[in-house]
Design a protein around this ligand. Structure first.
Ligand code: 1HN
Length: 321
């Protein structure tokens, strides 16, 4: 633990003198710069989907998806208000596309992911291919890929958006562009990427461009089936239950390089405490439980979102059925 040296009148006068030259003594700030353990401004917190849904429906009456560009309410971490962040490095929000609406085609350097929370059958198009979205589907939009959304169903469609906005801002690397059309031209069959890369088979001339996965919709039906197979095949991990990582089939890495993504199924009972340096955003899919992060306890069910900050141990508890 590094504590700052005491401030004598001579030292204080010196600091004030050098301040006008934009100089600062390291010894006054070292303890905050280099901490013995990660120190996060992010706080453990949970949002109930029902509360967010109500506000989103109200937003739906106030502004169209097109006028808003993206009609989203941002999940702002209570420790990071005014910064459009859910954790130190990530942005998240809930997006609503009403029947008949489009969210126009654009692209940007930020990586985006969607996790479908309500509705069935709206689509997103990414780099010339459409995918139809269902509850629990995990969809990615890699950096600089054209993307637009549309809802031709007669039900509202909601999803969780996650983007690496704070990380990209930290690097001063934000670029964005509008296509100037609501929808991008479609050049590939719906489902083509998943057909070509989703089955441990891939085109012989497949080239990796960038670090993101060529699959852009990981359907929930497949993830659910795989978790069930893992469950039949063996005991759960004491920390994680049965847990899968969304992977890039070309290199085995994360589906997108800046945001790791997983889906896990928890057995009834309590997990053992888990602590990591990455802050984690959880979203309930089925069932529900209680998660304890230090002295904060969060109840969650399907579509609820909660955050575990960096270096905070979490214990999940799921009731017996
Ligand atoms: C964006 O492009 C989407 O494409 C959603 O759905 C949320 C938040 C900030 C910047 C771009 C989308 C976004 C976003």
């Amino acid at each position: 633990m590094i504590t700052a040296p005491t401030e004598t009148p001579e030292r204080k006068a010196f600091y004030e003198r050098i301040d006008k030259d934009n100089l600062t003594p390291l010894w006054s700030v070292l303890g905050d710069l280099v901490t013995p353990e990660p120190k996060s401004g992010c706080r453990p917190f949970g949002w109930k989907f029902d509360t967010v849904r109500e506000a989103m429906m109200e937003a739906g009456g106030l502004i169209t998806a097109k006028e808003a560009e993206r009609r989203v309410l941002i999940y702002e971490n209570p420790g990071l208000r005014g910064q459009s962040r859910i954790t130190t490095s990530l942005y998240a929000g809930v997006q609503l596309v009403l029947p008949g609406e489009v969210a126009p085609a654009h692209r940007h350097t930020q990586s985006a992911l969607r996790f479908v929370l309500e509705g069935s059958g709206a689509h997103t198009a990414v780099n010339g291919e459409k995918t139809v979205m269902e509850y629990g589907d995990f969809v990615i939009t890699p950096p600089m890929s054209w993307h637009d959304h549309g809802n031709e169903t007669d039900e509202p469609m909601f999803w969780l958006d996650g983007l690496d906005i704070p990380l990209v801002s930290f690097l001063d690397a934000s670029f964005a562009e509008s296509l100037g059309e609501d929808e991008q031209p479609v050049t590939r069959h719906t489902g083509q990427s998943y057909a070509e890369f989703g089955h441990a088979l891939m085109p012989v001339n497949a080239e990796q461009s960038g670090l993101s996965s060529p699959i852009f919709n990981y359907p929930y039906v497949r993830s659910r089936e795989t978790l069930e197979a893992m469950k039949r095949g063996g005991d759960p991990d004491p920390c994680h239950g049965w847990k899968l990582r969304y992977a890039n089939p070309l290199d085995g890495g994360s589906a997108m390089p800046t945001i790791s993504t997983f889906i896990q199924m928890l057995p009834a009972g309590s997990t053992t405490p888990y602590r990591a340096t990455d802050a984690t955003i959880f979203v309930g899919v089925e069932g529900g439980g209680t998660s304890t992060i230090g002295d904060v306890t969060i109840d969650w069910g399907p579509r609820d979102v909660f955050v575990v900050p960096s270096w905070h141990a979490v214990v999940h508890e799921v009731a017996e059925e």
